[in-house]
Design a protein around this ligand. Sequence first.
Ligand code: ACM
Length: 503
Amino acid sequence: MVLPLPLPLVPAPVSVVAGDGRLPLTATMRVSGPSVAADQLASAVERRSGIRLSAAEGGEAEIRLRVDPAISAAEGYALTVADDVEIVGADDAGLFYGVQTLLQLLREDDGGWGFLRAEVADQPRFGRRGVMLDVARHFFDVDEVKSFIDSTSALKFNHLHLHLSDDQGWRIHIDAWPKLTELSSATSVDGHPGGFYTKDDYREIVAHAASRHMVVIPEIDLPGHTHAIGVAYPELVEAPVISEGLAAESERLGQALPVHGRTYTGWGVGHSSVRIHEERTYEFVRDVVREIAELTPGPYIHIGGDESLGTPQDDFDLFAERATAIVIEEGKTPVAWHEMGSADGIAEGTVGQYWGMKVPRGSHAAEAAHFVERGGALIMSAADAAYLDMKYTEDYPLGLTWAAVIDVRTAYEWEPTAVLAVPDAAILGIEAPLWSETTRTLGEVEQLVFPRAAAHAEVGWSPQEAPERNWESFRVRLGAQAPLWKAEGVEFHPADEIPWSDR
Ligand code: ACM
């Protein structure tokens, strides 16, 4: 028996029924409806096929776009491709996602271009589907970040976490502390060029993300990962703590050890901390949080909290309590890596980001659970499944292996509600982070992100019980994304596990 091929949709929709054959795409096909969605659709169709949809009446077939809140849950949509196309979004985001699904149904065969006929009803499993880009270890400029937004939002990701500061560089201008970008932004890992966003640059990123229905979550990593702050303002940061592990790893990599007040270009972690008992530190945190909050229409500010290995635990907890309170006072919801859950008095409602393993180690599960005990919730980024900077195979040229080697199947087969003993309702969703120690260019970033981000997109969007929500179906549907990525210039890794298709 030959099973029918699934329709080439990633992430798998809630319900999809294949129709008969294709609706041909021609230049007389008209698109009507809200102008932003119609323009985005027409541009993407033209980039892919060279065919420009018409705005004139009287063509053979029509693509009708509209929003109707009655249709389904937030971000949901209904899509029909028959003798015309109709996409009804529950809201503007739902319409955008319906358009992304339609673009996956656009295929070329010997008869030319057409849309596969289908009837789709869809809505997300999780409201929170994120990707993270580390612009601190290596800097990516505004156009590169916009490309990253385009390629990930097409997979229905709706949050972009920007890791804006780390030991190696500070990447956003702060008026009250101008030396951060003057003195701490010029370089990246290995002494590669750095950079930073002006406030206008940052607004441009936020606006572009909004046009693709992505919320930007800015992160300033504190109290550790702060060596770069000390290059600009040495009085805010302690002298580096050089552990045996850091010394050995730096020697193995041929990287110089961190020196207080001087630029650091290695990628060792855990050596830096802001001064916890100086009031000036909290003036700094408040100014930075306030200025970033002013640039941030979304509800969240991420204040880091990971790997403060040289910070005494009581000091760390004190800092976590004060810093999360400052974010609340400045009108935003704090987000923190799970370690901050060690602090009893972390601000109520703080969102934790779990980055431990699928089988939690040590205190990680308890720290994560404490966010829920304090009325917050969790984002799941299990490092041995969701970290996009892990290598696909031991010998893959880019990426690291400290958490795991993560092939596409491993990225696909993890369940975010099965990691921690917290109620399912406490899991907001998932985030797949890309740390940039080894990625110097956007193309290198894309090779690590694609195709695995598509696996995480399906983990975050598709219901567990959807008929196609399994590896055998996924790998075929994933292979069918190759022509879309090629048309958009996305440098995906053609992993051996996947039957890539040309059309
Ligand atoms: C992390 O990977 N240090 C959050």
